[in-house]
Design a binder for this molecule. Structure first.
Ligand SMILES: *Cc1c(COP(=O)(O)O)cnc(C)c1O
Length: 422
């Protein structure tokens, strides 16, 4: 472990630097294992914030990035294009449901959300309407930049310090019954709503909370009734995590979808905001001011696009979704016993996400216990969860679930601590 002096120049995320324990230095990663500087190995139970779906250092992705590095590592994306981006855009359009066909690249999830929000507002402006307010859901998380955090539920423990510093938005409950559906309809009937933004099937950083496809159908129907845009934030759920390639069901295809995390198989930063044909059409006219004014310097970076194309190859050539189904079965079987432990209020599993929810926020206190057991798990809020790489084998997954059950069993004696973030 480094002394705090070793990280003197670093400012870590979501961290009270004055009191946080020293972070663990990683020197290598392969498959599902992180190698630490002191030689220890940890099985990664959360896939580096849900990105590393094929495991670390997959040879096919490494090869694709190396080959790309030889020919074109970067080029600006205005007035110039390149084959890796074009191929990736076409492949994404073909894989995505409905008419989601126009791909705008950026370099992080938060920026993909910013782009989606800006697109929605300008979509209305280009059509001659002023609509600048968003509907977002309680426990939703959409990123840390100012626009994305405006639609992130402040109740999740993110950005309390910036409360009040937000774009126009209103939070409501996900529509699960007559009352919550009516509440959403009522909000949507306001003329100033530009879009509704939702994380399909799983609200990730807001506590790994699940909802069913009917909820998304209700949102789609409510948006259709008022002609309002629906934005799906699939930054966490995209690329297999919930058991299907995308979490949005065919009956609730959004008008705009945001992708990032597992897009490059976790190899390089890349994000995409994909708009449906009718959204794109509102930006095409004789008027220069109808154009979309956004252009991240590193958008569509060729190395990242090559990694993403190679990642999509692997979804075609290796049985990823079957692996996710097998992980789901094993997580259910091996986490279920936690329900009997004191302080556990819920155990839930969807795809390659397994969650044990506690009766109070103790998660941050539990973090050190995992590395001691040879696994990397980072509980937050009131949950201990697993989201392993899809290539994990049965034995390694059992090591993860065993560690979760043991640490949760010990948690009953822990005092509550402040809400922690992922
Ligand atoms: C991680 C995440 C984001 C933000 O992505 P960054 O790359 O961290 O900016 C946005 N939305 C969801 C659902 C996420 O899980």
């Amino acid at each position: 472990m480094p002394s705090p002096a070793c990280i003197d120049s670093l400012w870590l995320p979501y961290t009270q630097m004055a009191t946080a324990p020293s972070p663990l230095p990683v020197v290598r990663a392969e498959g599902v294992r992180l190698r630490l500087a002191d030689g220890r190995e940890l099985i990664d139970g959360i896939s580096s914030w849900w990105t590393m779906c094929h495991g670390y250092g997959h040879p096919h992705i490494k090869q694709a990035v190396a080959a790309q590095l030889d020919t074109l590592s970067h080029v600006m994306f205005a007035g110039l294009v390149h084959e890796p981006a074009l191929t990736l855009a076409r492949r994404l359009a073909a894989l995505l449901p409905g008419k989601l066909e126009r791909v705008f690249f950026s370099e992080s999830g938060s920026v993909a959300v910013e782009v989606a929000l800006k697109m929605a507002v300008q979509y209305w402006r280009n059509r001659g309407e002023q609509r600048n307010k968003f509907i977002a859901f309680r426990n939703g998380y959409h990123g840390d930049t100012l626009g994305a955090l405006s639609v992130t539920d402040p109740g999740c423990g993110f950005h309390d310090a910036l409360a009040g510093y937000r774009m126009p938005q209103v939070f409501t409950d996900l529509p699960r019954d007559a009352a919550t559906c009516a509440a959403l309809d009522e909000l949507l009937s306001n003329r100033n709503i530009a879009a509704v933004i939702v994380e399909p099937r799983v609200q990730g950083a807001g506590g790994m909370r699940f909802h069913n496809a009917e909820t998304l159908q209700a949102i789609r129907a409510a948006c259709d009734a008022q002609g309002v845009l629906m934005i799906a934030d699939e930054i966490m759920t995209g690329f297999g995590r919930t058991g299907t390639l995308f979490a949005s069901p065919p009956e609730a295809v959004p008008d705009i979808i945001c992708l990032s995390k597992a897009l490059t198989g976790g190899t390089l930063p890349l994000a995409a905001t994909v708009a449906a044909d009718h959204v794109f059409a509102a930006f095409c006219s004789e008027r220069a001011e109808d154009a979309f004014m956004h252009g991240p310097t590193f958008m569509a970076n060729p190395l990242a696009c090559a990694a993403a194309n190679a990642s999509l190859d692997l979804f075609e050539s290796e049985p990823r979704l079957q692996q996710v189904a097998a992980i789901e079965t094993q997580l259910k079987r091996e986490l279920e016993p936690c329900l009997a432990l004191p302080g556990v209020v819920d155990v839930r599993v969807m795809g390659a996400i397994g969650v044990v929810q506690l009766d109070r926020p103790v998660a941050a206190n539990l973090r050190p216990a995992f590395a001691e057991r040879g696994v990397w798990v980072r509980p937050f809020g009131d949950i201990v969860y697993l989201a392993p790489p899809f290539v994990i084998d049965d034995a390694d997954l059992t090591s993860l679930t065993t560690a979760v059950c043991e640490v949760v069993a010990e948690s009953a004696s822990q005092a509550p601590c402040p809400i922690s973030t992922p």
